[in-house]
Design a protein around this ligand. Sequence first.
Ligand SMILES: Cc1cc2nc3c(=O)[nH]c(=O)nc-3n(C[C@H](O)[C@H](O)[C@H](O)COP(=O)(O)OP(=O)(O)OC[C@H]3O[C@@H](n4cnc5c(N)ncnc54)[C@H](O)[C@@H]3O)c2cc1C
Ligand code: SF4
Ligand code: SF4
Length: 436
Amino acid sequence: MKEVLVIGAGIAGIQASLDMADAGFTVHLVEKEATVGGHMAQTDKVFPTLDCSSCILTPKMVSVGQHPNIRLYTLSEVGKIEGEAGNFTIEVIRHPRYVDESKCTGCGACAEACVMKGRIKNAFDMGIGKRGAVYIPFPQAVPLKYTIDPETCLTLSRGKCKKGPPCKLACAAEAINFEDTEKTVTLRVGAIVIATGYDPFDPKLKPEYGYGKYPEVLTALEVERLCSASGPTLGEIIVNGKKPTKVFFIHCVGSRDHTVDNLYCSRVCCMFTAKQAHLVKDKVPDAKVTVTYIDIRAFGKGYEEFYNRVQSEGIIYRRGVISEVFKKGDKLFVRGEDTLLGETYEEVADMVVLAAGLVQRKEGLEIIRKLGVQTGEDRFFTGPSPLDPVETGLPGIFLAGCCVGPKDIPDTVVQASGAASRAMSVLAAATSGGNG
Ligand SMILES: Cc1cc2nc3c(=O)[nH]c(=O)nc-3n(C[C@H](O)[C@H](O)[C@H](O)COP(=O)(O)OP(=O)(O)OC[C@H]3O[C@@H](n4cnc5c(N)ncnc54)[C@H](O)[C@@H]3O)c2cc1C
Ligand code: SF4
Ligand code: SF4
């Protein structure tokens, strides 16, 4: 059996798929969203080098879309999984796109014509940017095929749109298909790589920070979209229509915190905060930027040096995280304790950024749990040995990326290549008549 299933097309699933496809195996890559890329596609620059994230990711996304050995199933999920290492039977459920992928040229005429254009919050932009009912999540999406959202499309949700409907009239390729339905594809594969990634922690579970109540309080992923030159503000840091001048970052939101039952460290927040503090200061040089922290975990190559660089740029690090964000009149305040100086403070802020941690994904994991993949106390997937993070303990099934626990992109890529190499051993053994 020379075929393999990869579940999830973030950087982990992309890297594992490219490694196996380049080695001559046929990869079935299943992604639940309309595009590959995962969370890395949402980030603007990467720490500690400040390289443009999409400059690294886009070529890999394009390779996945064009590779002769990769079959990409977007808007899809895994249904039943049966069998054993070397011989699994998998059902892939393909949700309707309502746009014929084989006809759509990606020209965008439908989106221009859509009566809902600019009225729907775009989840890729964390709801800051707007889209229509027919859309692509971002311009570098792979595949570059438009999708109709059945919840907000007037034809699909209410049975009636403006005469035409306009999207269909605009599409010269005749790709719009309101009759599209869910389809099931059955695959036979020798091994499985799970790369389902993470969800950001929901900061509404920490109401003391006022997220969702005060528009000045943002999450780190929202700030990634604000920083991005192709994002909803074209890279400008704008809050309440103005550039902020007093910015506070709060570390460890939802991490190392027994009140939300997340005792683990999310590992990347110290560094993405340092990166964002640098970017905010770079874009708004007059801003006073303060990072409040418990302690700094700058463990990777070049990370400590980056943290030192950011401090030398005038960003203030204050030990002791902020305990409360609140409003007095129309002014936003933060209240905290500086544990080095041993004093409490209350200061005005016009932007507060929550370094929300990383948590196990809520949805779509039942099928993986049914397979018997274990989860640890942190709810992330785990295997029999912490010294072998790609192993599930189940023959032929391997783990890659943040579905095992929070990690940065370099560690994600390394683990993805590790999982790919284990999966290829199983495939090779099955092909040569061994038992994997
Ligand atoms: C604000 C922020 C900034 C960051 N900045 C940096 C940085 O500068 N440098 C750095 O090294 N790291 C950074 N990180 C960490 C980085 O985001 C992760 O290391 C990386 O995205 C992990 O990739 P992944 O593929 O494991 O997971 P994800 O990116 O979560 O991808 C998982 C994919 O699987 C899909 N999926 C999930 N469940 C299913 C299912 N059941 N079926 C099919 N598909 C499914 C998802 O839709 C998604 O496409 C940052 C993180 C945050 C929150
Ligand atoms: S107008 Fe037709 S071909 Fe062009 S992007 Fe829309 S669906 Fe695709
Ligand atoms: S039918 Fe109407 S609402 Fe739906 S995608 Fe077309 S123009 Fe937009």
